[in-house]
Design a protein around this ligand. Structure first.
Ligand code: GLU
Length: 460
């Protein structure tokens, strides 16, 4: 059974890059009828918080990604980790190191001065020296002294590290708390995780984790180290490149399907297919096909995908989503007309909301420049005539019925379209430009249209 996991450190919000590796792990587990586990790596008690863990869960819920089983919090497992430290000490696979911070600093400076890579020099590894009084020791793992360790990575291929580059790293600090590389390996092993899909910033940690697996006799999982997402300048994606918090995408009016579709294509592809339904993602995603090179974040692509998903979302669903953006549309027909009109041109729900508000909200003022350009000596007469025709007693509901009325009006009165259209838009929306008039008239209804024109005429 394929068991994958997502193991964020809760320090703030869920980052889009994190969501991408979570999605990869999720899809791979689901595709194989396996399990997708969630582990909160909150051993850094000073930097981690429950709010941050909740923010991750909120983002998972928004995109509809469910984890299996209970969420594992590392902060609740310190006793367990201590048992493994004790076991390794007992078996002589780990040892206490009493080196002081000053000694470590001196060592590092000497190594740097000699152009050597700074690393621990194993001085307490096989020492029979009496420990200095008053020093709380750290615990270090004995890593192999020679030979190579090969990470057979599903994305990078075989990556070889020399054990001579991996020092006897600390597995428990002097206050007894365990370190990152130690607990990651223990939890992955104990949870039966056999496919680890994560960012390639963790590749350099992998030999250390392998050392832990080996020391404890655990089976090493298959690793997939996913290249970073770069910004449009080719640098690592950072906060300055736009929304990093997954929930910011929700606030800005992106649909979760669009975001997931966008993310799956960052680093993975199936020929030149751009649009993936969720079922297609499930059927096609394979971490063995993740690209070796970094992928570039492209906001235009996300906007393009989002407008695709907006156009293909039923109006009823869109209307519900728009309530979260401060727009309430009443009436079935009105909803259909307004959304059919506005969704064609909106890249986000926020844009859709403002396009609709521009129609349904009564204008509070009239654009001065547009007034100067569009209001002529004939405007009052034209709009008064238009009110007369609107009030002719005929039932009109559909945009096509209003279009017929407008066509007949300009024909019968012998006016050019802009002489009606510009001031009419000003009266309805406060600006001389805007959506198709017939659609807007149908959406607003006769009473509202007449009231807005009358109010406008009073200002002339
Ligand atoms: N907690 C690590 C992080 O948030 C991830 C660890 C892992 O995936 O192995 O970067």
């Amino acid at each position: 059974m394929v068991v994958t996991r997502f193991a964020p450190s809760p320090t703030g919000y869920l980052h889009v890059g994190g969501l991408r590796t979570a999605l990869f792990s999720y899809l791979w587990a689901r595709r194989n009828n396996g399990k997708f586990l969630l582990r909160i790596e909150d051993t850094d008690l000073a930097r981690n918080s429950q709010e941050a863990a909740d923010a991750i869960l909120e983002a998972f819920e928004w995109v509809g990604m469910e984890n299996d089983g209970e969420i594992l919090y590392q902060s609740r497992r310190f006793d367990l980790y201590k048992k493994y430290v004790a076991k390794l000490l007992d078996e002589g696979k780990a040892y206490y190191c009493y080196m002081s911070k000053e000694e470590l600093d001196t060592l590092r400076e000497t190594q740097m001065a000699n152009k050597q890579k700074p690393m621990y020099d194993n001085r307490w590894r096989d020492s029979s020296e009496t420990p200095p009084a008053g020093v709380e020791p750290v615990v270090r793992l004995k890593t192999p002294l020679e030979g190579d360790v090969v990470v057979d990575d599903g994305v990078k291929g075989k990556v070889t590290f020399s054990w001579t580059e991996i020092d006897d790293f600390i597995i428990a600090r002097s206050d007894g708390t365990p370190t990152y590389n130690f607990v990651v390996a223990i939890d992955d092993a104990l949870c039966g995780i056999n496919h680890v899909i994560r960012g390639d910033d963790h590749l350099s940690n992998t030999p250390k984790q392998i050392a832990v697996y080996q020391a404890l006799g655990f089976e090493v999982p298959r690793f997939f180290h996913v290249p970073m997402i770069l910004n449009e300048e080719g640098k690592k994606l950072s906060k300055r490149d736009g929304a990093m918090d997954v929930m910011d995408y929700k606030r800005k009016g992106y649909l979760p399907q669009a975001l997931l579709n966008f993310l799956i294509r960052l680093g993975w592809s199936n020929k030149d297919q751009e649009i993936f339904t969720f079922d297609e993602m499930l059927a096609m995603f394979d971490p063995n096909n993740i690209n070796k090179s970094a992928s570039a974040y492209n906001l235009e692509k996300l906007d393009w995908l989002n407008s695709h998903y907006i156009k293909n979302t039923p109006n009823e669903t869109l209307a519900n989503l728009l309530e979260g953006h401060g727009v309430a549309i009443t009436g079935h027909d009105r909803r259909e007309i307004l959304l059919d009109m506005a969704k064609e041109r909106s890249k986000t729900l926020m844009e859709l909301a403002s396009a609709i508000k521009a129609i349904i909200d009564e204008p509070l003022e009239y654009n001065e420049k547009d007034m100067e350009k569009s209001v002529t000596p004939e405007t009052s007469a034209v709009l008064n005539d238009f009110i007369m025709v609107l009030s002719d007693g005929k039932e009109r509901h559909l945009p096509s019925e209003y279009q017929e009325m407008i066509d007949a009006f300009v024909h019968d009165k012998g006016v050019k379209m802009p002489m009606l259209g510009k001031p009419l838009r000003l009266a309805l929306f406060g600006v001389a430009t805007g959506p198709n008039l017939a659609d807007a008239l149908a959406a607003l209804g006769k009473e509202t249209v007449i009231a807005r024109i009358e109010k406008f005429l009073k200002q002339l």
